[in-house]
Design a protein around this ligand. Structure first.
Ligand SMILES: Nc1ncnc2c1ncn2[C@@H]1O[C@H](COP(=O)(O)OP(=O)(O)OP(=O)(O)O)[C@@H](O)[C@H]1O
Ligand SMILES: [Mg+2]
Length: 634
């Protein structure tokens, strides 16, 4: 088996090289090595956390689910003990009608206990079913409340990101599983306890018999699950490759390139290799699981025979009467079913609990990364007269070099300020700091002399509009894409679209502002790169902000649209401050001030004329672009 495995493994590309364990594999080792003891030790804290969560989601449903199961257990005991009375009456000496009459009260009691037990279990089941969606919703809401509030820098942190994906992909769904299996474990435990108590009441010597019959079944359940995990673990690299391949073959975005580069056969071939391996491993595990189950059943049969022999001996030597032996058989069967279910659900609870633990850990981690609210946060800052970055140094989390070093810039009210510089010089980073999205490690950003840190983050961001270089193509309607959660005002919308040149885009769409910009939905539309950019710019104009940052707003625009936009940006400033980042230097000639960034520092600053006179980096870059246009084709 081992050799076969090694042989197969060689022709499957191992994409683990150079990668840390993927976030969804992080618990596979635990699952592989967990013993029943480990599982049992972790259970109490898990059960407590799960019940707390369930209680917060719905106290009533949690109470009904738990008490229903507990009280049903009591009725199980009554039912089993009363069965022995029924048998005692039926097996007593005397005429049959007499015996049946004598058994009637106990029989009615058994019927009532069984009926009540069924009713309670049905109520508990209904409460449990209601609990599941409520817990899922609570877990998800909590997660998204945190992910949308944590400081932006957290998303640049690899560990945070991994923890978040683990919590979102496995933690949230497993939260409901943990609650569900916790109740199942309680139910199973109550069932076992009820059978054990019933056996103890019938005769103390009967209690250990329950354990003897349940051990093989429990062993088989744990071993089957362990075999499943082991296969899952062995396949994890292959599975990751399969996810990647399925995305490449079935998603819209790579579809054009799959055809253009005639990748079909290659991708299908890779898929077949991975699928072959997966199938082989799965068939192998199915065979082993079937053998384990057969072994478990055989051992259970032997144990059951042993129990019956023991019961027979006890009967023969007169330790227990026949009626008690009959009821004991029933109690042992009931207990056996409960115990097998208990072992299985404990196993599932342990597994889901690992992911639930991730969810709880992520929530704690995210709480630590919420932006610190200043002691006396000022609310919405008034439009500023000056916005200054003073000796700002900023390093991205985990980066070994600062992206900005000792940068100072000043923006005056109503000015158009341009940031230029080569790729990676720090323009986008500076813009994000000016918008308050990141906090500098040294220096400060001051809004009329007040550090941005003194403002409430939410209200500050309402005064700033950022059109990012890699702006999001929101899968929403045109109107929603521009209004972005603000109250929709038709006049403003039309003005913003006209300023951005998006009015032509809207006019070309059959549903106008109501056109849905996502082709994955029926009736959805897609736009060209430049059309998307116009929508994004309109978004920037729509927001009533004191500071508007355009990060390369024209990179996808045609020459005419670009020229028109720069004209409009000047006209639209109207008391607002515009920060314009662009590589098209001809367009920044008319900016009030230009900052030239180089390797994270301000290399030059001034107006276009001043910078040209300086004959430095700006003049070089400008001349380079200008000469490209001047060159005559011979
Ligand atoms: N999220 C991030 N995490 C780590 N480093 C980053 C991150 N974003 C940018 N950087 C690094 O910071 C430096 C400055 O990047 P920035 O995006 O500010 O450059 P830019 O001037 O806007 O470049 P471009 O003209 O290409 O848009 C670069 O070295 C870049 O690799
Ligand atoms: Mg940039």
């Amino acid at each position: 088996m081992r050799l076969w495995w090694r042989g197969r493994r060689a022709d499957v590309p191992d994409d683990r090289s150079g990668l840390v364990v993927a976030y969804w594999e992080s618990h596979d080792e635990h699952l592989l090595t967990a013993t029943l003891g480990t599982i049992a030790r972790r259970l109490p804290s898990l059960v407590a956390a799960a019940l707390r969560m369930a209680w917060q989601a719905s106290p009533r449903d949690t109470a009904v689910a738990l008490t229903g199961n507990l009280v049903a257990g009591v009725f199980t005991v009554f039912g089993l003990v009363a069965t022995s009375d029924v048998l005692a009456s039926l097996l007593a000496a005397g005429p049959t009608p007499e015996r049946v009459r004598a058994a009637l009260p106990s029989l009615l009691f058994v019927a009532a206990a069984t009926g009540l037990r069924g009713g309670l279990l049905a109520a508990a089941g209904w409460a449990q079913a209601r609990l599941k969606p409520q817990v899922e919703r609570l877990a998800e809401t909590r997660l998204f409340e945190l992910t949308t509030r944590v400081e932006l820098a957290a998303f640049d942190d690899h560990d945070f990101h991994n923890a978040m994906r683990r919590a979102r992909d496995s933690g949230v769904p497993d939260t409901a599983t943990v609650v569900e299996t916790t109740i199942a474990v309680v139910t199973g435990a109550v069932g076992v306890l009820a059978s054990a108590v019933a056996l103890g009441l019938l005769h103390p010597v009967l209690m250990p018999l329950l354990l003897v019959t349940a051990v093989p079944a429990g062993w088989a359940a744990v071993r089957t699950a362990r075999l499943g995990y082991r296969a899952f673990y062995r396949l994890s690299a292959a599975r990751r490759r399969k996810f990647m391949l399925s995305d490449l073959m079935a998603e819209r975005q790579p579809a054009a390139e799959v055809r253009a580069f005639t990748l079909r056969d290659y991708l299908l071939g890779q898929y077949a290799k991975v699928a072959d391996l997966e199938q082989d491993v799965q068939l192998d595990v199915a065979r082993r699981q079937a053998a384990t189950k057969a072994g478990g059943d055989l051992l259970t049969g032997v144990a059951t025979a042993g129990v019956y022999v023991t019961l027979g001996v006890l009967l023969a030597v007169g330790v227990i009467p026949l009626s008690v032996a009959g009821a004991a058989v029933l109690a042992i069967r009931t207990g056996q079913v409960s115990l097998t279910a208990l072992v299985q659900t404990m196993n599932r609870l342990y597994e889901a609990g690992l992911y639930f633990g991730d969810y709880l850990a992520f929530c704690d981690l995210a709480r630590q990364r919420l932006p610190a609210s200043p002691p006396a946060a000022a609310s919405a800052p008034a439009p500023f007269h000056r916005l200054d970055a003073e000796h700002v140094t900023f390093t991205y989390p985990g980066a070994d070099r600062p992206a900005l070093t000792d940068v100072s810039v000043t923006l005056g009210r109503g000015e158009v300020v341009a940031l230029v510089g080569e790729n990676g010089s720090g323009k986008t980073t500076l813009a994000k700091l000016l918008a308050g999205l990141y906090r500098p490690q040294q220096g400060a950003i001051r809004w009329d002399g007040v550090d941005l840190g003194a403002f409430d983050g939410e209200t500050l961001r309402r005064s700033v509009s950022v059109i990012a270089q890699d702006h999001t193509r929101w899968p929403l309607t045109v109107r929603e894409n521009i209004v972005m959660g603000r109250p929709p005002e038709d006049d403003r919308l039309a003005a913003a679209c006209a300023a951005a040149g998006a009015d032509e885009v809207v006019a070309g769409l059959p549903d106008g502002y109501d056109a849905l910009l996502d082709r994955r939905f029926r009736g959805g539309h897609d736009l060209s790169g430049g059309q998307w950019q116009r929508i994004a710019v309109a978004r920037g104009f729509y927001r009533d902000a004191a500071l508007v940052i355009f990060d390369e707003p024209t990179s996808a625009l045609d020459a005419r649209a670009e020229h028109a936009l720069f004209e409009r940006i000047r006209g639209h400033a109207d008391g607002r401050t515009i920060v314009l980042i662009t590589h098209r230097l001809a367009s920044v000639r008319y900016a009030d001030r230009i900052y030239v960034l180089d390797h994270g520092a301000v290399a030059e600053q001034g107006t276009h004329d001043e910078l040209m006179a300086l004959e430095g980096l700006y003049a070089d870059l400008y001349e380079l672009q200008a000469s490209a246009y001047r060159q005559r084709v011979p």
